[in-house]
Design a protein around this ligand. Sequence first.
Ligand code: G3I
Length: 338
Amino acid sequence: MSILSIYGCVDSDNLPCDDSTALSKVSEFPLGTAIKWDEFQLDTNYFHIAKTQFSSYTPENIFKSENLHPTRYNYNWEQADSLMSFCLNNSKRLHGHTLIWHKQLPQWIIDFQGNKSEWEEIFRLHIITIVQHFKGKIKSWDVVNEAFDEDGTLSNTLWKEKIGPGYIEKAFRYAEEADPECLLFYNDFNLESNPVKRTAVLNYLDHLRSRGVKVDGIGLQMHIDVITADATLYALAFRSVYEKNYQLHLSELDISLNPSGKNIVLNEELLLQQADIMGKIVNLYKQVPLPYQYGITFWGISDKNSWIRSNYNRMDYPLLYDDQYNPKPAYCKIKSIL
Ligand code: G3I
């Protein structure tokens, strides 16, 4: 039985809230979701909500290099092309995630033995081939994902080691070369809450821009939780991005109700806390000037397919829909605000 049947899910007028009207239809900016390919293909409830509620998709995994570029001379376009076609046929924006990341790499890259110029060639070909394949179809890419440490220094990743600290600039330049019209984003976590990291990223991207590199926007992932959420921090973070003329994408929003991994019992208090935080974030995002509102993307649809449960092996309830695909109070709250 859905927990909502106990607590009920009402909107701000205390009226029963349902999802018969799509979130994206009542929003002035794009509302998106991460798309898990298997669920999208096989789970009719998941598919229906994805199709009806959201106007923007971010592939959760199938556009990452381990899936898209499994061997050096072979790209696996099938699933990515199917999702791309669905988006084109159903007026969905597809935000590409992600060209360069140090995680979810195919084994051939991890094992590659080459000199600097051979590494640069595989790096360049990877980016150019993928961006050109989707040229004119994908509206935007997370060109580089999670390249900075919490202290604001450049992370010592495989790419920094093999290509050098200039790999971020090179990645953006190759992406622009492959599709000059595509919007190019840098994406990272904790930018909303760690001013040291955020300032380092902003300074670095400003430096790239001063060298003529095209950087259009920044993704603040927003993997937050009910214990540490702080709307004051988010207000500062959002402003610091758009004031520097970067489009602002809240790119992976979820709100963990169980960050410490305890055996919690989901209750009305936690659900309403989550709704309150979601509401504050949406209200803050509505104050972002329109040209910089790239949108809000939730990192999944239902709590039951959240990455948090599988990656941390803990019960959690971070998203807008519960395990039975019922809208939660957080859904109702943001719908009443949008
Ligand atoms: O595909 C294999 C499958 O064959 C195997 O049976 C199964 C069990 O081992 O694992 C499957 O791979 C999993 C993959 O997701 C696809 O489902 C990996 O184990 C799992 O670690 C991977 O997790 C993804 C995670 O990135 C990897 O770091 C999550 O789904 C995804 O939501 C998460 O997303 C990232 C963003 O891309 C970047 N920002 C952080 C965010 C959360 O980590």
